[in-house]
Design a protein around this ligand. Sequence first.
Ligand SMILES: NC(=O)c1ccc[n+]([C@@H]2O[C@H](COP(=O)([O-])OP(=O)(O)OC[C@H]3O[C@@H](n4cnc5c(N)ncnc54)[C@H](OP(=O)(O)O)[C@@H]3O)[C@@H](O)[C@H]2O)c1
Length: 309
Amino acid sequence: MKAMRIHRFGGPEVLQLDEIDIAEPGPGEVRVRVAAASLNPVDYKMRQGGYARLPASALPVTLGRDLCGVVEAIGPNVSHVVPGEPVFAHLGWDRGAYAEQAILRVGEFAPKPETLTVIDAGSLPLAAMTAWQGLFDHGGLKAGERVLIHGASGGVGYLAVQFAKLHGAEVIATGSAANLDWIRSLGADQVIDYKAQAFEDEVRDIDLVYDLIGGDTRTRSWGVLKPHGRLVTTVSKEPVEEQAARHGKTGLLYFAHPDAEQLRTVAAMADDGRLQVMVDRTFPLEEAAAAHAYLQEGHPRGKIVLEVR
Ligand SMILES: NC(=O)c1ccc[n+]([C@@H]2O[C@H](COP(=O)([O-])OP(=O)(O)OC[C@H]3O[C@@H](n4cnc5c(N)ncnc54)[C@H](OP(=O)(O)O)[C@@H]3O)[C@@H](O)[C@H]2O)c1
């Protein structure tokens, strides 16, 4: 099978199309024929090197943390899925989706949302799990609370805006000017142009800051929280717990994990029309390097997806 792998760390040019053996699914696993695999910033962070979860000793690896495809082989002890079933999945760290075939474990996949294209479905899993777990499992967001979402036009942020609004929260979101009308159309009650306005001059009394940016944006966020406000972040450069303690708040960094039940919930939201899916651009698998360059430099709205034929 064809797999887009890296043998060394570096720029997009280190992505290389290899011919490798097709793996057989072990106990509790299935093999899928991949139709679409999305790009996430973690893919280029792994490609660049220095990412804790990918030591040089693990190379070569196939990148790609989520996909949509069709089950084609089933390992021992798997009973709830049959060959031919379309699924979407968020893979564990040890496997990649930029390939014609991928191995999934039970617990990493759910039936593909029926009304979505394979491209739209493949764009969702990692970003949706991240937004859902950040807002609800870690952030404890409740209906009626005020949430500030930084990075609302990105792959995670545009879903977070929708999940928070559908949950009954008051949503304030930051993004750049060209995306503000779109972010409002997703359900944001207030939008802030992060390049033209200082968000700390525009908002206060926030219950939860959902931080997809880090750095100075995070540093400036402590002051907009209510006295017992919380901040949840996906970005790890500075130790967030220490920062939070200095400001007398709660702060937490987390890593999203696959969750089949949450994937089912997201699929239902898509199928009953409550969730808008935004794919900015698709690229063929063979052009993964151009897709990486575009994600890093191109200011995409929503997600980038690789199409696997
Ligand atoms: N811990 C985890 O489990 C986990 C999971 C998923 C993602 N992440 C991390 O979370 C971050 C976001 O992921 P993503 O997939 O949403 O990334 P993305 O699709 O690249 O989106 C980032 C967005 O942030 C916007 N932005 C940049 N600077 C901003 C600022 N100062 N204020 C507000 N918005 C700003 C960009 O908009 P413009 O282009 O218009 O500037 C862009 O749309 C990444 O660092 C990623 O690695 C972590």
